[in-house]
Write a protein that binds this ligand. Structure first.
Ligand SMILES: [Fe+2]
Ligand SMILES: [Fe+2]
Length: 164
């Protein structure tokens, strides 16, 4: 059984992962509406991944004999601006999630909760990928600003993203 402090922090992280899923789904809705189906597809795959992150923590809490408490998920915006603005927001959001995972890890160290430390290792590694992906796509968009045909090529490329 983990400490109450650790349990509360894990429950908050579950809510953050599920609110990330909801945020990316809202971005996907805007991108579908703007006829960028590849970008929208990328967001829907991201929605699934974030849901899986939430569930990984959900199952972990249950495995440790803790009770999951679901928190409220904030209503996302409906307009996030241009594709460059959207990916700036994704990168900013992922940096916020990384900081939150790092705080969780620090708590697990302070609590001498070795099992939670081991479980969080996966998330620490995953956040490196998440930030790299968001930054990579943002840079591609910025490099092709104003070149519509290149944006359509990037849209096709993002449309080929497979769920891992
Ligand atoms: Fe995540
Ligand atoms: Fe993420």
């Amino acid at each position: 059984m983990m400490s109450k402090k650790m349990l509360d922090a894990l429950n908050e992280q579950i809510a953050l992962e599920l609110s990330s899923a909801y945020l990316y789904l809202a971005m996907g809705a805007q991108l579908d509406d703007e006829n960028l189906p590849g970008f929208a597809h990328w967001m829907k795959v991201q929605f699934q991944e974030e849901t899986e992150h939430g569930m990984k923590l959900f199952d972990y809490v249950a495995d440790r004999g803790g009770r999951v408490t679901l928190e409220a998920i904030p209503k996302p915006q409906t307009d996030f601006g241009s594709p460059a603005d959207i990916f700036k927001a994704v990168l900013e959001h992922e940096r916020k999630v990384t900081a939150s995972i790092h705080r969780l890890y620090e708590l697990a160290l302070a609590e001498k909760d070795y099992a939670t430390q081991a479980h969080l290792q996966w998330f620490i590694t995953e956040q490196v990928e998440e930030e790299k992906n968001a930054e990579g796509i943002l840079r591609q968009i910025q490099a092709m600003e104003g070149k519509a045909h290149l944006m359509l090529m990037l849209d096709r490329h993002l449309g080929a993203r497979k769920a891992d």
